[in-house]
Design a protein around this ligand. Structure first.
Ligand code: HEM
Length: 427
């Protein structure tokens, strides 16, 4: 892998910097599973305290946690530019994201203005420190397709966090300003389609051909997709919600972009040169299929008003997008990044000859990863079913999510144990 064109591993940060994010993330997935198993509220209404706590356990505690850790690694290696003061940035953003998410979730669950206020301060601090450092790093490099995707994703993250802070202030008792409905929709839009989807797309341009030995993404898609989607999200935030025809056209274009990305990824993966079983491939296929299912659930609302008003629709969308698409893709990436980093740092620290240190495949065995993948898939199916029968199935879905997170954590620790056993250092 060291010989991949455009990759500079010499600039990679010490292992502990991304690893602390990767080891914390499954814990929030565990909390989400336990919360869901304990009460069905999270799947009864999108605005319930339980649903908001669950949403942010997933979006902040799991997804953003892994995505920030991965960016710390990917920025120097793929974009060729290190984060300034990376040790401090990793420490501050990790601590602030961990504590801030915990406070925000407590604030939702207990309707506590103090917990919400603490969550806002910590999350704004942590994200702004990270975004400032990543922006400086991205300003130093020429704009490749992946770098452009990262820039759009980071701009979306900044908007999501600012709007989220405003919404949380309102929940904490601050005066309710006009346009609040628009702010809430824009927060969710920039968070899900801007920050998560655009980062996944930008990173996919680099990692799908590299990890799965596929042809490259078509040039036109690489050049334009993330920029066009970002502009559509800005328009969507500016157009008043009651301007139905304009909203419909923008949503249709966003949906077309999502479908294009998902179908092109699936097609490239079907053209891969090495047809060996690969857990990351299975995770990405699950992710892309869920993204396509999201569009099928999302768009008919424009033509089918009863479905638009149904409580199940936003919950099903949340499950498919956050767990089916984002959590699948992110977990699949973890199974490439963590074994690779463990192998890479061992190799770099000891100048080891082949055979004297474990290879990537031995860091986490295929059997363990496949077991975790099956439990993840079962959890996804149970979550989808639980949207229809929340009072009956929330316990099963919650237990499956918790079990999947424990297996993921144990797989991460398996790689870490092997790394330490062979004399790997953390700094
Ligand atoms: C960075 C990634 C984030 C994502 C992807 C995200 C996603 C979401 C989503 C999807 C919803 C809507 C739930 C629904 O419509 O059913 C939501 C609501 C909310 N989010 Fe976030 N969020 C993020 C970060 C934040 C942050 C950092 C804060 C606070 C500092 C925050 C505060 C809120 C609040 C208060 C609501 C409730 C909105 C309301 O009462 O109208 N979010 N978020």
């Amino acid at each position: 892998m060291n010989s991949q064109p455009g990759l500079s591993f010499e600039q990679a940060p010490p292992f502990h910097q991304p690893l602390r994010f990767f080891l914390t993330a499954p814990l929030f997935l565990l909390v989400a599973g336990v919360l869901l198993a304990m009460e069905s509220g999270g799947l009864n209404s999108r605005w319930s305290a339980g649903a908001l706590a669950l949403t942010h356990a997933l979006t902040l505690g799991f997804l953003a946690m892994v995505m920030l850790g991965a960016l710390m690694q990917i920025l120097p290696v793929v974009a060729g530019s290190t984060l300034p003061a990376s040790r401090t940035v990793a420490m501050v953003s990790h601590a602030a994201l961990t504590l801030g998410t915990t406070f925000l979730m407590t604030g939702f669950l207990r309707s506590s203005p103090v917990a919400l206020g603490s969550g806002i301060v910590l999350l704004l601090t942590g994200f702004m420190v990270f975004i400032a450092a990543a922006t400086i790093s991205l300003m130093r490099v020429a704009g490749s397709d992946t770098v452009r995707g990262m820039r759009h994703a980071l701009a979306s993250l900044a908007l999501t966090v600012l709007l989220g802070g405003l919404l949380a202030l309102i929940r904490a008792g601050w005066e309710n300003p006009p346009m609040i409905e628009g702010a809430s929709t824009a927060h969710a839009g920039f968070g899900l389609l801007g920050w998560i989807l655009l980062l996944v797309a930008g990173v996919a341009y680099q990692v799908v051909p590299m990890f799965q030995i596929t042809p490259p993404y078509p040039l036109l898609l690489r050049r334009w997709l993330t920029g066009v989607l970002f502009v559509l999200l800005l328009l969507r935030a500016l157009v008043p919600l009651h301007a139905a025809p304009a909203v419909f056209v923008i949503d249709a274009c966003l949906a077309a972009g999502m479908l294009m990305f998902a179908f092109v990824t699936l097609r490239l993966q079907s053209q891969r040169r090495r047809k060996l079983p690969d857990i990351t491939l299975d995770y990405w296929r699950t992710g892309m299929t869920s993204l396509i299912a999201c569009v099928a659930v999302w768009l008919p609302a424009q033509c089918w008003p009863a479905w638009a008003k149904s409580d199940a629709r936003p919950l099903l969308l949340g499950v498919l997008f956050l767990y089916g698409f984002a959590a699948s893709v992110v977990t699949g990436m973890l199974y490439k990044i963590v074994p690779f980093l463990a192998w890479f740092h061992l190799q770099a620290q000891h100048q080891a000859k082949a055979g004297t240190i474990p290879n990537m495949k031995q860091m986490i065995t295929e059997r363990k990863m496949r077991l975790q993948f099956r439990v993840h898939l079962a959890a996804l199916l149970l979550l989808v079913a639980a949207v229809a029968w929340p009072n009956v199935l929330h316990i099963h879905a919650g237990i499956a999510v918790a079990l999947s997170s424990l297996l993921l954590l144990s797989n991460m620790f398996a790689a870490l144990r092997l790394y330490l056993k062979h004399g790997g250092r953390m700094s």
